[in-house]
Write a protein that binds this ligand. Structure first.
Ligand code: ADP
Ligand code: MG
Length: 234
């Protein structure tokens, strides 16, 4: 596994994770069977695998939205599986940002307000939250769209607002589940570049599930899922 020398410990370390779902009355579906993935600060990893192989499941475990049936998930070297729900939620809020395939922005809020919201929830003052939101949106190339509501933005702009919102509280980990799945190739490419540049420049550890091999090729690493395990791709 490629380990940047400057960062000895991975920010995210999914270790030997198992996840099974019940199927019908008796059957079970072993989706993850000892999946391990370590991601270092400033590194972007593409998770490229066919539908139904467990990409979302792996991201949910990594994001502390679900617990593995066995194995461990370390966030900043801290084991999280045995923690109480409220502690897991606190880590998720502080250290992890999510971007989904559809933007999930609040429709009645402007772009600026959507990016301010998580900061206000965390207790930051309005002025500070507004300034950080405006800076982030400008950095992501939508500084001219601060007052637009989601419906008044293009798909690519909406996803960039969603990325800004995900990193508004300066998490250490960014998890994106097919974030460009609904976008045209040109826009996808732009959103991807935004995301990887952001990861690099702010020292984020990013994992992005995608079907797009061309975009995956631009990230630092590529991994896939094979028989429930994470396999590094060349
Ligand atoms: P991917 O994101 O790679 O398409 P998922 O992680 O969403 O794959 O799902 C992997 C498999 O697990 C799929 O076959 C899916 O139907 C099944 N699965 C996912 N979540 C659940 C659940 N909550 N209950 C039962 N089966 C699930
Ligand atoms: Mg999925």
């Amino acid at each position: 596994m490629s380990e940047p020398a400057a960062y000895p410990d991975p920010v995210l370390y999914v270790y030997q994770a198992h996840r099974r779902y019940k199927e019908g009355k008796e059957g079970t579906l072993d989706i993850l069977r000892g999946a391990s993935l370590a991601v270092w600060a400033g590194q972007s990893v593409a998770l490229v695998a066919p539908s139904g192989t467990g990409k979302s499941t792996l991201l949910h475990l990594a994001g502390l939205l679900e617990r593995p049936d066995a194995g461990e998930v370390y966030v900043s070297s801290r084991p999280t599986v045995g923690l109480a729900d409220n502690e897991r939620t606190a880590i998720r809020r502080l250290e992890i940002g999510f971007v989904y395939q559809s933007h999930h922005l609040l429709p009645e809020f402007t772009a600026l307000e959507n990016v301010m919201a998580p900061q206000l929830i965390r207790g930051l003052g309005r002025a500070e939250a507004r300034e950080r939101a405006a800076n982030l949106l400008s950095y992501l190339g939508i500084g001219e769209r601060l007052r637009h509501r989601p419906a008044e933005l293009s798909g690519g702009e909406q996803q960039r607002v969603a990325i800004a919102r995900a990193v508004a509280n300066a998490p250490r980990i960014l998890l994106a589940d097919e974030p460009t799945g609904n976008l045209d190739p040109h826009t996808s490419s732009h959103v991807f570049d935004t995301l990887t540049t952001l990861a690099k420049q702010t020292g984020l550890a990013a994992v992005v599930a995608t079907h797009n091999l061309e975009l995956a090729a631009r990230m630092d690493r590529r991994v896939t899922l094979r028989e429930g395990e994470v396999v590094e791709l060349p």
